[in-house]
Design a protein around this ligand. Structure first.
Ligand code: MLT
Length: 229
């Protein structure tokens, strides 16, 4: 896998990419798509605001907080079925949406989290292609929450099929294997974990680290993220 600054776009052509921002952007996207929404990732707030009052919901964060003028923040609990079903959500976050943009040259771009880790592994193994996992990290730097989530996807892939792993993938695999029964013990060392706790998001963290409660695998194509067929 790669952290976001290591991604060389041309190396993604013909590959599957799995994008992970476990706390919290990809957990939110997985939840929203599972609840019937289409998510449109956008980089800049100004661009997102152009869609205001045009039938879209605007969601996302800066510094973990809801953006002024937006309908929704970046807590997965805001993306309930009764709110998002049948809606298109313009979504911009600090690191997660940027990581999705980094993947644009890939053949398929899947969105993963702990919530749909096993389903994501199944999907990429079915396709039997070289797979690159992009961890969004925090401001371009590796984040432990993404690292162990990548480890989960790799662990589940390896369970289904023996995979050839590079060393960073092996390191993530080993982290998940050794901590899978006490993941929060591991994740609590992450800088972003500590920040989210400081702004009152403990429940979000607990939810984002619940494993395999969602079978949907969101896929980015032509500007929109929808459930993969
Ligand atoms: C991001 O995309 O940077 C994160 O999802 C930040 C957050 O936890 O709100």
């Amino acid at each position: 896998f790669n952290s976001v600054d290591e991604v060389n776009k041309s190396s993604l052509v013909d590959k599957n990419v799995v994008v992970i921002d476990a706390l919290r952007a990809t957990s939110v996207i997985v939840t929203a798509v599972n609840n019937g929404a289409v998510v449109i990732p956008i980089l800049e707030i100004e661009e997102a605001l152009k869609h205001k009052d045009k039938g879209y919901l605007l969601g996302g964060e800066r510094r973990g907080l809801k953006i002024e003028g937006f309908d929704l923040g970046n807590s997965p609990f805001e993306y309930k079925r009764e709110i998002v079903e049948g809606r298109k959500i313009i979504f911009t976050t600090t690191n997660g949406t940027r990581a999705i943009y980094k993947a644009f040259d890939a053949n398929n771009i899947y969105i993963a989290s702990m919530l749909n880790g096993k389903a994501t592994a199944r999907k990429v193994v079915e396709e039997n292609k070289d797979t690159v996992i992009i961890c969004a990290g925090t401001y371009g730097r590796l984040s432990l929450d993404d690292f162990i989530c990548a480890g989960k996807v790799i662990y589940e892939m390896n369970y289904l099929m023996e995979c050839r792993l590079d060393d960073s993938s092996t390191a993530a695999y080993l982290a998940y294997r050794d901590y899978k029964d006490k993941i929060l013990e591991y994740v609590k060392n992450a800088k972003h974990y500590k920040y989210l706790i400081s702004i009152g998001c403990a429940e979000d963290i607990r939810y984002c680290f619940t494993e395999d409660i969602i079978d949907v695998v969101p896929c980015y194509r032509d500007g929109e993220i929808k459930a993969a067929p």
